[in-house]
Design a protein around this ligand. Structure first.
Ligand code: NAD
Ligand code: IPM
Ligand code: MN
Length: 351
């Protein structure tokens, strides 16, 4: 039988709650001839507060030795003074994305049947954001001068390399070709002229190799308008790390809420394990209350299965979620996190 070694990082807040349900569904969906081995890594703000560790090198190496990673959410209450120096987001989450060369941050959005969008007339919402994952303003290329004085200078310099932009743009074109063949570059080329011209030029160059794909361009501010007024116009959006972060919370909001938004941090070359996680964070405001929607984590499992070449199992998970969402409005009262996980697991069609 095929063995799949999965590193699970439940993390903080609602992370462990949603990962419990995601693993429940994964174990129910995995084909019988696959031996799934799950190793749990306790990392995040809670671990840091208990031991002072963020992501020790030996644990990073151990995680990297797995086939795939499933992560819940990491990070404490925003502004918690005990976490300022640790910077869990950078030291753990971004360290994983960078060290494992997750240059594609894949964030699909679809308004599924029965799900209520806050938009009055959302239309056919079904698009994918291909967010660059290893560059941009996220690289930590900055610093402070005269910190704490009235003359403080803080820099946060965005890094965009031709190599880095080209590989994610190429992935996005291939993705568009496999869908409705429309690719929208979202940037801010009118102001960020250096990075903008690199992105634009590479989209033009790579686009020449994909003559069947229609290329569109939007400034990021205008993109937020159309995500609200006409989201159906989007098929594949390719964009920089920070714009992609912001646009995908908005994408989650218009398609039924952040509790449904799944993502994959992908190393398409297969050199390192890819990592799947809900788009949302640790939600300290509802942590421990069984109020979190585990659907985003469960849909991240579908992306994980698909990435591993287990398309049938991925389809069964997506179908079970779709079936559950279509009747959710009819169930009485709010469900707990584990009730939703149970409902989805119960709807899984056996392989
Ligand atoms: P958040 O996504 O955790 O929460 C924003 C809002 O969405 C909250 O009201 C929360 O209750 C709600 N929400 C989020 N997930 C939900 C779910 N599954 N079901 C129902 N409601 C849900 O964003 P935040 O408050 O800005 O960040 C909280 C912490 O999480 C911070 O420390 C932040 O850095 C971290 N964070 C981590 C990740 C990650 O690990 N990938 C992502 C985003 C934020
Ligand atoms: C996300 C999160 C992360 C990001 C943070 C927590 C580093 O917001 O996964 O969307 O900005 O990428
Ligand atoms: Mn985000």
């Amino acid at each position: 039988p095929r063995t799949i070694r999965l590193a699970s990082i439940p993390g903080d807040g609602i992370g462990p709650e949603v990962i419990t349900e995601a693993l429940k569904v994964l174990e129910a969906a995995i084909p019988g001839d696959v031996d799934l081995q799950v190793t749990e890594f306790q990392l995040g703000a809670a671990r840091y507060l208990a031991t002072g560790d963020v992501l020790p090198d030996d644990e990073l190496a151990a995680i990297a030795a797995h086939d795939v990673i499933l992560l819940g959410a990491v990070g404490g209450v925003p502004g918690d003074p005990r976490l300022v120096g640790a910077n869990i987001e950078r030291g753990l989450l971004l360290k994983l994305r960078f060290a494992l060369d997750h240059y594609v941050n894949l964030r699909p959005t679809a308004l599924l049947p029965g799900v209520i969008s806050p938009l009055a007339e959302p239309g056919d919402v079904d698009f994918v954001v291909v967010r660059e994952g290893t560059e941009g303003p996220y690289v930590g290329n900055g610093g402070g001068i005269r910190v704490g004085t009235p003359h403080e200078i803080a820099t946060e310099v965005s890094i965009n390399t031709a190599h880095g932009v080209e590989r994610v743009v190429r992935y996005a074109f291939a993705k568009a070709e496999s869908r409705r063949s429309v690719l929208t570059l979202v940037h801010k080329t009118n102001v960020l002229t250096f990075a903008g011209s690199l992105w634009k030029r590479i989209v033009d160059e790579v686009g020449a190799e994909f003559p069947g794909v229609t290329v569109d361009y939007l400034h990021v501010d205008a993109a937020t308008i159309f995500l609200v007024t006409d989201p159906a116009r989007f098929d594949v959006i390719v964009t920089d790390n920070l714009f992609g972060d912001i646009l995908t919370d908005l994408a989650g909001a218009i398609s039924g809420g952040i509790g449904l938004a799944a993502s994959g941090n992908i190393n398409p070359d297969g050199t390192y394990p890819s990592m799947f996680e809900p788009v949302h964070g640790s939600a300290p405001d509802i942590a421990g209350l069984q109020k979190a929607d585990p659907t985003a984590a469960i849909l991240s499992v579908a992306l994980l299965l698909d990435h591993l070449g287990l398309a049938d199992a991925a389809g069964r998970v997506t179908d079970a979620v779709t079936a559950d969402l279509s009747v959710r409005g009819e169930t009485e009262g709010p469900r707990t996190t584990s009730q939703t996980g149970d409902a989805i697991a119960a709807l899984l069609v056996k392989d």
